[in-house]
Design a binder for this molecule. Structure first.
Ligand SMILES: *[C@@H]1O[C@H](CO)[C@@H](O)[C@H](O)[C@H]1NC(C)=O
Ligand SMILES: *[C@@H]1O[C@H](CO)[C@@H](O)[C@H](O)[C@H]1NC(C)=O
Ligand SMILES: *[C@@H]1O[C@H](CO)[C@@H](O)[C@H](O)[C@H]1NC(C)=O
Ligand SMILES: *[C@@H]1O[C@H](CO)[C@@H](O)[C@H](O)[C@H]1NC(C)=O
Ligand SMILES: *[C@@H]1O[C@H](CO)[C@@H](O)[C@H](O)[C@H]1NC(C)=O
Ligand SMILES: *[C@@H]1O[C@H](CO)[C@@H](O)[C@H](O)[C@H]1NC(C)=O
Ligand SMILES: *[C@@H]1O[C@H](CO)[C@@H](O)[C@H](O)[C@H]1NC(C)=O
Ligand SMILES: *[C@@H]1O[C@H](CO)[C@@H](O)[C@H](O)[C@H]1NC(C)=O
Length: 589
C-alpha cells in the first residue's frame, strides 16, 4: 500500500514536470546502470537511435553488421515484444558523443545488448552517420505500460544468487548427488603402473535437475564421468559452474572445459570456450592442430569454433597447401574452403592447379562425381584469359573431365565478352559465386606495405616485383605505394587501367599531416586515383594484415576508403609490425 502511494506521488510529479501524460522509457528518473540501452532522437517511444550506457556515459552504436537479431535484443531489453526493423546509416538520427560499440553480432537470444559479441568499448571505424537504430514491435507495449502504471515494481536481485549458490556448492552441505570423475581405465597397456584415479564431487539434485545430462529428474543420484588425467583436475570448477555460471578459462584448461561442456550439454560455455580456443589457431605452423580442431568442432557441434577454423584455413590457404596435412585434408573441409570468397590465393589459376594436384593424388579414392563436384567450385571466369587459353594442354584433368572444362571455359569467355556488351544486365547470373572474385594477392590485384620496413631510408623497398611504387610529389609523411589494376579480370581491357594509392598511417600525426581523418591508428587508406567508373562494377576491396610474416590475422573491408585497425584482431598478433596487403576486388553488380 505504501509503495503504491509512493508510486502515485512519483507519477504525479513526473506528469507535472513533463507537462504531459507520457511515460517515456528513458525519461524515467531511474539512474542508468552499466549496459542499459535507450532510444533517442524520436518522438515515438518504440523507435529511435540506439544508445548504450557505459562508464557513466551514454554513447551510440555503429551500424557495421547491424541487423535484425541485434535489434531484437535491444527491443526486448526495453521490454518490447521484439523488433520490426534494424535501421542503419543514421536514418533515425545521428549523435555527437562517444561511439561505444561497433561490429555488434548478437545471436538474438541474449537478454542485453552488452552480452552480444562486439568490438571492445569505444573501438570502431565509424562516423556518426553510421549510427544504428531500431524500430520495435509495439504489440505488447501497451500492456507493459499498463502494468507499469498499475504499480508493479520489478525488483531484480539475482546477481547475488550466483555467489550464494557458489557458497552452497563450496560448503557441500546437504548434497544428495554424487558425480564421480574417473580416468579412463587403462586400456593403454604401456604404463601398467598407472592407477585409475577418481574424484568424487557431492552436488545437489535440485541444481542438477536444470541439466538433463545428469538424469537427476528421473531418479538418478550418482553418475560417473570418464575423463583423462589432465581434465580430471578441472572437474570441480566445471561442476561449480553449474551453480554459478562463472568460470575462469586458461589456455591449459580450455580444451578440457570444452570437452566437458560438450558432454554436459552446456552450449553457451561450449561456444565461449571455443572462442578462447580459436585464439590459439595461429600457434601451429604445421596446420595439424587447426585441421584436428576442425574435426573436433564438427564432432562436438561447436559451429562457431568450426567456422573459426575454416576461416583461419581460408585466410592462410596458401600455406595450408604447402603443409603436410594438405594431402590428407578431409574432403568436406576442402569443399567448404573452395566455396569461400575470402579464400586468400595469388589468383584463381592457383586454385585450379592445386585442386587438380590434390584430385590427381587422391583419384583412387575419389569418385568421378566427387571430382566434378570439387572442380565446379573453381571460379573459371576469374581465371586470367591467357591461362584459360592454355588449359587444354596444361591441365592434368582436362581429358578426364572434358565436358566440364569445355563448358566452364566457354562460360568464362562468354562472361568476359559480355562485360563489354550491353547484354550484361540480362545475361549474367549475378547470384552465382563463379563471377565473384576471391582475395587475390598476386601482383595484378594487390600491393603490400611492410610496416616494419617503412622507415624513411627504406621506404623504396617493395616486395612484389612488378607492383609499381611511386610517391606523391609532396614529401610523403606516411608509407604510400601506387597500384595499377585493370577494371576487371580480363586482359583485353588493358586500356581501362585504374590507379590506386595505398597508404598506411601509423600515428595520428601522420594522419593530420596528410589531412586525413583517422578515428584511430594504425589506419590504412586505399583511394582510386583516376575516376574510371563503370556502372556495373563495384569495388569490394580488402585489407589483409600478416602477423610476423607468418600468418594472416585479420581481413577487413574499407569504409569510405579507410580501414582502421581494430586492436581486437580476429586472431591475435603479439606485435603490430604487420605487412599490410591491399587487395582490389571488382565485383559485377
Ligand atoms: C541418463 O539416462 C539415459 C537413459 O537412461 C542414459 O542413456 C544416459 O547414459 C544417462 N546419463 C548418464 C550421464 O548416466
Ligand atoms: C548409485 O546409484 C545406484 C542406484 O541408483 C546404486 O545402486 C549405487 O550403489 C549408487 N552408487 C554409489 C556409489 O552411490
Ligand atoms: C577467477 O580468477 C579470479 C582471479 O584469480 C578470482 O578472483 C575468481 O574468484 C575466479 N573465478 C572463478 C569463478 O573461479
Ligand atoms: C586430455 O583431454 C584433453 C581434451 O580432450 C586434451 O586436450 C588433452 O591433450 C588430453 N590429455 C592427455 C594427457 O591425453
Ligand atoms: C594463451 O594463448 C594465447 C593465444 O595463443 C597466447 O597469446 C598466450 O600467451 C597464452 N598464454 C599462456 C599463459 O600461455
Ligand atoms: C602427390 O603425391 C606425391 C607423392 O606422394 C607428392 O610428392 C606430391 O607432393 C603430392 N601432391 C600433392 C598436390 O599433394
Ligand atoms: C588423399 O590421398 C591420401 C594419400 O595420398 C590419403 O591419405 C587421403 O585419405 C586421401 N583423401 C581423401 C579425401 O580421399
Ligand atoms: C607461410 O609459410 C612460409 C614458410 O614456412 C612462411 O615464411 C610464411 O611467412 C608463412 N605465412 C604466410 C602468410 O605466407
Amino acid at each position: 500500500m505504501f509503495t503504491k502511494l509512493l508510486a502515485a506521488i512519483f507519477l504525479a510529479l513526473l506528469y507535472s514536470s513533463e507537462g504531459e501524460c507520457v511515460l517515456n522509457n528513458h525519461k524515467s528518473s531511474r539512474v542508468p546502470k552499466e549496459g542499459d540501452v535507450r532510444l533517442s532522437d524520436s518522438s515515438i517511444p518504440s523507435e529511435g537511435r540506439v544508445e548504450i550506457y557505459h562508464h557513466m556515459q551514454w554513447g551510440s552504436v555503429c551500424d557495421d553488421n547491424w541487423d535484425l537479431s541485434d535489434a531484437q535484443v535491444v527491443c526486448r531489453q526495453l521490454n518490447f515484444q521484439g523488433a520490426k526493423a534494424a535501421v542503419t546509416w543514421g536514418h533515425l538520427g545521428q549523435a555527437y558523443g562517444r561511439i561505444w560499440l561497433d561490429n555488434v553480432n548478437c545471436r538474438g537470444q541474449e537478454h542485453q545488448l552488452v552480452s552480444c559479441r562486439s568490438s571492445n568499448w569505444g573501438v570502431h571505424d565509424c562516423e556518426h552517420e553510421e549510427d544504428a537504430g531500431v524500430i520495435c514491435d509495439t504489440q505488447n507495449y501497451d500492456s507493459t505500460q499498463r502494468t507499469q502504471s498499475n504499480s508493479i515494481h520489478s525488483l531484480d536481485h539475482s546477481t547475488s544468487l550466483s555467489d550464494n549458490l557458489g557458497k552452497l556448492f563450496d560448503s557441500g552441505t546437504a548434497c544428495d548427488f554424487l558425480i564421480t570423475f574417473q580416468t579412463s581405465t587403462g586400456t593403454k597397456q604401456e604404463d601398467s603402473a598407472r592407477e585409475e584415479t577418481t574424484t568424487t564431487i557431492c552436488a545437489h539434485k535440485a541444481i542438477l535437475m536444470l541439466y538433463p545430462y545428469f538424469n537427476a529428474s528421473v531418479g538418478e543420484n550418482n553418475i560417473t564421468v570418464t575423463v583423462n588425467t589432465t581434465c580430471q583436475s578441472f572437474s570441480t570448477s566445471i561442476i561449480r559452474y553449474l551453480y554459478t555460471h562463472q568460470i575462469n578459462v586458461t589456455n591449459s584448461s580450455a580444451m578440457c572445459l570444452h570437452q566437458l561442456a560438450s558432454e554436459f550439454g552446456l552450449r553457451k560455455l561450449l561456444e565461449d570456450v571455443g572462442q578462447v580456443i580459436s585464439k590459439s589457431l595461429p600457434n601451429d605452423a604445421s596446420f595439424y592442430s587447426q585441421v584436428s580442431l576442425y574435426k573436433y568442432a564438427v564432432e562436438t557441434k561447436d559451429l562457431i569454433l568450426r567456422d573459426s577454423c575454416i576461416q583461419y584455413l581460408a585466410w592462410n590457404f596458401q600455406n595450408l597447401t604447402r603443409s603436410s596435412v594438405w594431402a590428407n585434408l578431409p574432403l568436406e573441409l576442402l569443399r567448404v574452403l573452395l566455396t569461400r570468397s575470402d579464400l586468400v590465393v595469388p589468383d584463381e589459376y592457383f586454385v585450379l592447379q592445386i585442386l587438380e594436384g590434390w584430385i590427381t593424388n587422391n583419384s583412387s579414392s575419389l569418385s568421378s562425381e566427387n571430382q566434378v563436384d570439387l572442380l565446379r567450385l573453381v571460379r573459371f571466369p576469374m581465371i586470367p584469359s591467357e591461362k584459360l587459353y592454355e588449359l587444354e594442354t596444361k591441365s592434368l584433368l582436362f581429358s578426364a573431365h572434358r565436358d566440364l572444362y569445355r563448358d566452364s571455359v566457354f562460360k568464362s569467355y562468354q562472361f568476359n565478352f559480355l562485360l563489354y556488351s550491353s547484354l550484361i544486365e540480362s545475361e549474367l547470373d549475378k547470384e552465382n559465386d563463379n563471377y565473384r572474385p576471391r582475395i587475390y594477392t598476386g601482383n595484378t590485384w594487390s600491393i603490400a606495405i611492410d610496416s616494419s620496413k617503412s622507415s624513411p631510408s627504406q621506404r623504396l623497398h617493395h616486395r612484389y616485383g612488378s607492383g609499381s611504387h611511386l610517391y606523391s610529389q609532396t614529401p610523403p609523411s606516411s608509407s604510400q605505394k601506387l597500384l595499377h589494376t585493370s577494371l576487371h579480370s580480363i586482359v583485353v581491357c588493358e586500356d581501362n587501367k585504374v590507379t590506386w594509392a595505398a597508404n598506411i598511417f601509423k600515428t595520428s600525426n601522420e594522419c593530420s599531416r596528410e589531412g586525413v581523418h583517422c578515428n584511430s591508428v594504425p589506419a590504412a587508406r586505399l583511394t582510386q586515383q583516376n575516376n574510371n567508373l563503370r556502372r556495373n562494377i563495384r569495388f569490394e576491396n580488402r585489407l589483409l594484415l600478416t602477423c610476423q610474416n607468418r600468418y594472416i590475422c585479420q581481413i577487413q573491408a574499407f569504409h569510405s576508403d579507410m580501414a582502421h585497425i581494430d586492436q581486437a584482431l580476429v586472431y591475435p598478433c603479439p606485435d603490430d609490425n604487420y605487412i599490410y596487403t591491399f587487395v582490389v576486388r571488382p565485383e559485377f553488380v
